[in-house]
Design a protein around this ligand. Structure first.
Ligand code: NI
Length: 181
């Protein structure tokens, strides 16, 4: 397994839709294993393949609370098939380290996907899991969380991100330690 470099905004992969996986083979398994290792190393709760510059519809997430055993989800070719209610959640993203914004999304979603062997699966999540599923599936569609803020909110978030980026370029650390996805 290997830790992969995570790309930051405005890397092109973050605004490019990923292609569906057709072969559930060793190279897919290696990508999933590497993505899980990368996510845990970055203390993230989710990671999409676009964030490691691989344009395949693959995401991993683990939304277990700190005092719970880990619950790694490996999700290939996901599709949201049900949405209910709305919630507002303060989100972070491993491709915008240090940037946090409240985003409005569905409170409960049902997602159909394939596991690493191509078996059909379905999951319904609420709270953090619902947020994470929508955030990661957005990544696979080339959409990032600031795209969900509306034009003014997005502009303000980008201004804030520019400051963080400059600080990172000077060798500083991203503010905040909350987990991103
Ligand atoms: Ni993200």
């Amino acid at each position: 397994m290997a830790i992969l470099p995570i790309v930051h905004w405005p890397h092109r992969a973050l605004s490019t839709p990923a292609a569906p996986v057709e072969a559930f083979d060793g190279s897919l398994h290696r990508l999933i294993d590497d993505m899980a290792e990368t996510m845990y190393a970055a203390s993230g709760v989710g990671l999409a393949a676009n964030q490691v510059d691989r344009l395949h519809r693959v995401t991993v997430m683990d939304c277990a609370a700190e005092d719970e055993p880990s619950q790694l989800l490996e999700i290939v070719n996901p599709e949201i098939v049900g949405r209910e209610g709305t919630l507002v959640w303060e989100e972070g993203c491993l491709s915008f380290p240090g940037l946090y914004n409240e985003v409005k999304r569905a409170a409960r979603v049902t997602v159909r996907y394939r596991d690493r062997n191509g078996e059909a699966c379905e999951i319904t999540g609420e709270g953090l899991l619902a947020v994470c599923l929508q955030h990661e599936i957005d990544h696979l569609d080339g959409v990032v969380f600031i795209d969900r803020l509306g034009p003014l909110g997005r502009r303000m978030a980008l201004k804030q991100w520019k400051k963080i980026e400059d600080e990172l370029a000077r060798g500083g650390v991203a503010p905040g330690r909350r987990s991103g996805a």
